[in-house]
Design a protein around this ligand. Structure first.
Ligand code: GMT
Length: 384
């Protein structure tokens, strides 16, 4: 199969899922074409089945806002025509689904019929998408997609609640590639972070408000009163400066390290003991799954799709959004006893295996085949 993938090529969860999916499809022998505005962060190697097409947005003095959506649609037309793709898979509705719809219409004028699948990832629905600024376009482009998937049942429910959806939505959860994510912890690295064998807590995100990173600092502050520990803050974003100031105000800077964006997050996760994800909303929580795959249990909020991933009292614990006190109490419960911690670590790993790439990849491939078949059938009926 020849598949075109559109995504945000940054460190965000949707881009990571799209890139990992593309790599796995290419490994299976499919030809995968990434169509993005820069090289996706995790696509940093050569593979015979992987192709990258850059969407370059031309600037012009008249434009206060350069028309990325038009540039993307034009690039899609070009790549589909010349690479003879079978299907397009766009990740994150805004503006990828509407660009794909536009490209599809243009391609029809060349006699080319190509279906497109839209995967909704979270904030494209729960935060940005339902805002009146974008809502009519998001509704229209979801309904015009040939296939629609969400990364959790919760996101499917939200989509159906916030938008007038006429399409069937299929849930395909996030996945994890264990060939990358089960590393042996590096002892020297652990020693450098926690020289006195302190517990290591970790948070990874893009430091946006929705992640409630200040809660991470406050939870850690409470844990530190009971358990010698260190906190690693991985990633970067708008809240980081505030969080660093909060650490100074609380007098805990010696125990908190802000590491910025990291490529090899699995190496840092593999030396960690507990993951903190107190998000306001989280459609799935890929970062928590990555932690679990490295045997790191998770304290998460119970918002969005997190209850579909984190099993309360097994792979970690869940608390209400903003309940810093409860999250700290539960974290201490896990951390204060080696035996309990080791049990949670094994449980987290076992839970992560339910989302093994090997199990989830066939769901996408079968779905593509179904959508391609349906689209051919519709075309035949139209012609008759
Ligand atoms: O906010 C992020 O974490 C980035 C965002 C994205 O769309 O790039 O992530 C969303 O997609 C991930 C992959 O499907 C999900 O695992 C995250 O839960 C989701 N984030 C939110 O819903 C806030």
């Amino acid at each position: 199969m020849k598949i075109g993938i559109v995504c945000y090529p940054t460190f965000g969860g949707s881009g990571v899922v799209a890139t990992e999916l593309g790599k796995a499809l290419a490994d299976e022998g499919h030809q995968v074409h990434f169509i993005t505005y820069s090289q996706p962060a995790r696509l940093d190697f050569f593979s015979a089945n992987l192709f990258y097409h850059e969407v370059s947005v031309r600037d012009y003095p008249l434009f206060d806002y350069a028309p990325y959506e038009s540039a993307l649609a034009s690039k899609l037309v070009d790549v589909v025509r010349f690479e003879k793709l079978d299907i397009l898979h766009v990740h994150y509705a805004i503006p990828h689904a509407s660009a794909a719809f536009m490209a599809k219409q243009i391609l029809e004028t060349y006699g080319i019929h190509i279906p497109f699948v839209t995967t909704l990832h979270g904030t494209d629905i729960t935060l940005v998408g339902k805002d009146p600024t974008y809502k009519p376009v998001v509704t229209f482009s979801i309904n015009k997609s040939d296939g629609v998937t969400t990364v959790s049942e919760s996101l499917k429910k939200d989509t159906e609640e916030y938008f007038e959806i006429t399409n069937e939505i299929k849930v395909i959860p996030n996945f994890i590639d264990f060939t990358r994510f089960s590393l042996k912890p590096k002892d020297h690295f652990k020693k450098a972070i926690a020289p006195n064998n302190e517990r290591i807590l970790i948070h990874t995100s893009n430091f946006r408000k929705v992640k409630r990173t200040a809660d991470v600092i406050r939870i850690f502050h409470k844990i530190l009163e009971k358990i010698p520990s260190k906190l690693l803050m991985v990633g970067d974003g708008p809240e980081r400066a505030y969080d660093e100031q909060l650490c100074r105000d609380l007098g805990i800077c010696d125990n908190v390290r802000f590491l910025g964006k990291q490529d090899a997050v699995e190496e840092i996760l593999s030396v960690s003991d507990l993951f903190l994800m107190p998000s306001e909303s989280e459609s799935f929580g890929l970062a928590a799954l990555e932690a679990m795959a490295c045997k790191v249990p998770a304290i998460t909020s119970n918002s969005g799709g997190l209850p579909e991933l984190n099993i309360d009292g097994f792979s970690g614990y869940m608390s209400n959004v903003g309940d810093v006190e409860d999250m700290a109490i539960k974290a201490i419960q896990i951390l204060e006893n080696d035996e309990v911690l080791n049990r949670f670590k094994e449980n987290a790993f076992a839970r992560a295996q339910d989302f093994d790439l090997k199990k989830i990849l066939p769901e996408y491939v079968n779905y593509y085949n179904k959508i391609i078949e349906e689209s051919k059938r519709t075309l035949k009926v139209e012609v008759i």
